[in-house]
Design a protein around this ligand. Structure first.
Ligand code: FAD
Ligand code: PHB
Length: 399
């Protein structure tokens, strides 16, 4: 098999890249390890930055999103049993969108299939050869057979547990990481949201987050120990803990309950691999970096990477110029590190230190008080939360 760009992974990064290349007339093959049903059911992110939505809209990917999304102009920080609204749109001029990642992935898969260009499910990449040549090869398995995909360029969009990062020779890259002493227990509940906006709660018993997917489905998270097991968290315990951590003095507020449809535990981590390139292999999205979910940035960062990569490949195929390919990693990493800092900062402010250090707790409370009383502090927070503008402006819509 031969193509121009071999894309490993059909998550948001791989699928958006495939579409941006298609609009530029560039051929690609997408290889996905899982089945279609699996990736379309995987519950993950829910918050899309303004710039992500604009890119999707400009490239014809937002028809259903525009019909079904929930637009939020603010969020709430809850501490000491009192909520404080941050007016995101008023402070930063942009709103955020709530739309489940799995719904977006469904839209992206449908758009890809409509182009007639190849997308292979149950086709795991197993390794690479010739990455430092002009004709790299992806080795993969499909329908029980070992196969080869030859390309001009490989895009490693296979997430944190993929093979692409491991394809980079150790001496050419460095990986920096930071682990946090807590994890998130996430649940999807058949219950209407109890608030119109997201609630990020700081509480002595640990962080909690009230989010949503639709007017009838709530998404909730609890800080748990990093070694927590689902078996230790029956539904009643989850609801009791959520009620405690989200409680407030306002007697009118109540957390709506309902059947839990799905639950899972995710560790919080910060990881960056630099540079995001080796020879003809370009990493994008979670394959190159992970941020703790507190800032709601992972999916958005994946889309930002591939908009830079698509523009670079577009320039290269159109003119042979390598300038944007050469600056790809540096351009992405500037945004990645801004987002890393924001996500680490927000995580550190909102999570309970398991060691119970009173100094840390007093600093967190002071930071929350400052953030909710200073327009300058709130503006900086809002600007980062709604997302900084995408590099290259609207270049992505130039087919
Ligand atoms: P992925 O979505 O991981 O896609 C990689 C794909 O590659 C997968 O389909 C995988 O099956 C496939 N793959 C792996 N190995 C191979 C192989 N060898 N061969 C072929 N295919 C392979 N981000 C936000 O922006 N906002 C949020 O609100 C948010 N909340 C989150 C909540 C949770 C609980 C979690 C876990 C994550 C959250 N994130 C959030 C992060 C976001 O989900 C990820 O950053 C995003 O999925 C990254 O997209 P990606 O395409 O880079 O990687
Ligand atoms: C989500 O809705 O899944 C979500 C929202 C905000 C976050 C993380 C996850 O910070």
């Amino acid at each position: 098999m031969r193509t121009q760009v071999a894309i490993v992974g059909a998550g948001p990064a791989g699928l958006v890249l495939a579409h941006l290349l298609h609009l530029r007339g560039i051929d690609s093959v997408v290889l996905e390890r899982q089945t279609r049903a699996h990736v379309e059911r995987r519950i993950r992110a829910g918050v899309l930055e303004h710039g992500t939505v604009e890119l999707l809209r400009d490239t014809g990917l937002a028809d259903r999103l525009d019909r079904e999304r929930m637009v939020h102009h603010g969020l709430e920080l809850l501490f000491d049993r009192a909520g404080h609204r941050v007016d995101l749109t008023g402070l930063a001029g942009r709103e955020i969108t709530i739309y489940g990642q799995h719904e977006l992935v469904k839209d992206l898969i449908a758009a890809r299939l409509a182009t007639g260009r190849p997308l292979l499910f149950a086709a795991p990449a197993t390794g690479f050869s010739g990455l430092d040549t002009a004709s790299p090869v992806v080795h993969f398995v499909h329908e029980g057979r070992e196969r080869e995909l030859r390309a001009d360029v490989v895009a490693g969009c296979d997430g944190f547990h993929g093979v692409s990062r491991q394809g980079l020779p150790g001496h050419t890259v460095s990986t920096v990481s930071h682990d946090y002493p807590y994890a998130w227990l996430g649940v999807l509940a058949d219950a209407p949201p109890s608030s119109e906006e997201l609630i990020y709660a700081y509480h002595e018993r640990g962080f909690a987050l009230h989010s949503m997917r639709t007017p009838t489905i709530t998404r909730l998270y609890l800080q748990v120990p990093p070694d927590a097991q689902l078996a230790g968290w029956p539904d009643e315990r989850i609801w009791a803990e959520l009620r405690t951590r989200l409680a407030r003095d306002d007697p009118a507020w109540q957390l709506a309950g309902g059947p839990i449809l799905e639950k899972g535990i995710t560790g919080l981590r910060s990881v960056v691999t630099e540079p995001m390139r080796f020879g003809r292999l370009f990493l994008a999205g979670d394959a190159a970096h992970i941020v703790p979910a507190t800032g709601a940035k992972g999916l958005n960062l994946a889309v930002a990477d591939v908009s830079v990569l698509a523009a670079a490949l577009g320039q290269w195929y159109a003119s042979g110029a390598e300038r944007l390919l050469d600056t790809y990693s540096g351009t992405c990493l500037r945004r990645v590190w801004r987002v890393q800092h924001f996500s680490w900062w927000m995580t550190s402010m909102l999570h309970r230190d398991p060691a119970g250090d009173p100094f840390t707790a007093a600093l967190q409370r002071s930071q929350l008080q400052y953030l909710t009383s200073s327009t300058a502090a709130a503006t900086s927070f809002a600007e980062n939360y709604v997302g900084l503008p995408l590099e290259g402006g609207t270049d992505h819509d130039h087919a």
